[in-house]
Design a protein around this ligand. Structure first.
Ligand SMILES: *[C@@H]1O[C@H](CO)[C@@H](O)[C@H](O)[C@H]1NC(C)=O
Length: 391
């Protein structure tokens, strides 16, 4: 029995049935496209136009378009700044090269000499033996936090000048954005503002995308988000001293999953200020806790203390997307004055930590050429063509 026969048997209501069928299909299509949490939002949404707007904000099309901002010149953040001591022009040259190779706009925030900070400007409680380099490092980061607050931006990505990343970092961050837009480890539902324009949400103070130490709060292990990512390093490539492998087991990954998956967890154990993003609220909290209130030690250890004490809210990406780039010798640090000699391995022989591939290596390869070999190739081609034409 076909549909037409069914309808004709139904008599007078048959004219309405196709209309009902169409309405039904539309309803099914709409509910199929909106994630299940749309219900809890309906109490907030009042007018019909707002309702259809927020339905758009929840659509896969919108989320994917927002995640594509990870491919822009600031990787989907408001801007990217990098901190570098004014005299380290070698590192600034490298950052410039890397930025141009990857289409990134990197703004220099000059590093600060600790000796230039007068005693009155040092935060309360700073130990009297605090090294000048530690003070200077703190000041440069505090200047970056201020830079965000003085701008109109929502977020700022802060780099140091000895950076490397995985060559597919934009894809990594696009995936991170999709994960964060559909986060299962948020404390609150995203606002319409976040859904509309924040690729990574705004429910955090600090987003650690380049930490050196990893590990979640041992009491709250269930708050992890795990996804497939082809751009994480193999298990064998993880650097032992960083304890990343232990952390990945702790986050619940199995041996088979390590080397295939990335984890996002509320930030707890972190180390190094190599690459992290902040929101406006984050910049405020950092300036408040680590300037207004006081400073006890190195800024990266202070940030970890704040995470552990619960005074700062953030997420950590493990394995990281960014890492320090080590060249060996005294060039690796502007913070220690430990009589190391200048001779390291050199830029082209440097290495990163817990990253798959290397942006620096990619950049080096993209600029390599043998000009005359190219000419010879062309000239051979021409000769062959001519020979063929003559025969
Ligand atoms: C990149 O995307 C972010 C998020 O939408 C935006 O705030 C930023 O202005 C964009 N950057 C550039 C250079 O267009």
């Amino acid at each position: 029995m076909n549909l037409r026969m069914v309808i004709s048997k139904m008599g007078p209501i048959r004219a309405i049935v196709p209309v009902l069928v169409v309405i039904g299909i539309i309803i099914i299509a709409i509910s199929y496209h909106s994630p299940s949490f749309s219900d809890s939002r309906s109490s907030v949404v009042t007018s019909t136009s707002a309702a259809s707007n927020s339905a758009n904000l929840l659509s896969a099309t919108h989320q994917e378009a927002l995640a594509k901002h990870a491919y822009n010149a600031s990787l989907g953040f408001g801007e990217i700044v990098y901190i570098s001591m004014p005299e380290r022009t070698d590192r600034q040259d490298a950052m410039n090269l890397l930025g141009s190779a990857f289409g990134l706009k990197l703004k220099l925030i000059p590093g600060v000499r600790g000796s230039e900070i007068p005693p009155k400007a040092i935060p309360d409680g700073a130990p009297s033996d605090m090294r000048e380099s530690v003070l200077g490092c703190w000041r440069a980061h505090a200047n970056a936090w201020r830079y965000l607050l003085e701008s109109e931006m929502d977020t700022l990505l802060i780099f140091e000048d000895d950076l490397d990343w995985n060559p597919n970092v934009k894809k990594t961050l696009e995936t991170l954005s999709l994960q964060m837009q559909n986060s299962k480890i948020r404390l609150t539902e995203p606002s319409n503002y976040e859904r509309e324009r924040a690729p990574y949400g705004l429910d955090w103070d600090v987003l650690y995308v380049g930490t050196w130490r990893h590990g979640g709060n041992p009491e709250l292990k269930e708050f992890v988000q795990i996804w497939d990512d082809p751009d994480v390093p193999e298990k064998e490539e993880l650097v032992k001293s960083t304890k990343l492998l232990d952390a990945l087991y702790d986050f619940g990954l199995t041996d088979d999953e390590i080397g295939k998956k990335r984890v996002l967890a509320p930030a707890y154990l972190t180390m190094s200020t190599t690459a992290y993003a902040i929101t406006r609220k984050g910049a405020q909290r950092l300036l408040y806790t680590l300037s207004y209130v006081g400073l006890r030690g190195d800024v990266d250890q202070e940030i970890m203390r704040l995470f552990k004490e619960g005074q700062l809210r953030g997420y950590t990406l493990s394995p990281p997307a960014f890492s320090q780039f080590k060249v060996g010798g005294s060039k690796d640090s502007d913070n220690e004055e430990r009589g190391k000699t200048l001779d390291g391995h050199g830029n082209v022989n440097g290495h990163n930590i817990n990253i798959k591939g290397s942006a620096r290596e990619w950049m080096v390869n993209s600029l390599k050429m043998d000009n005359w070999a190219d000419y010879r190739q062309l000239s051979k081609g021409t000769i062959n063509d001519r020979d063929e034409a003559m025969s």
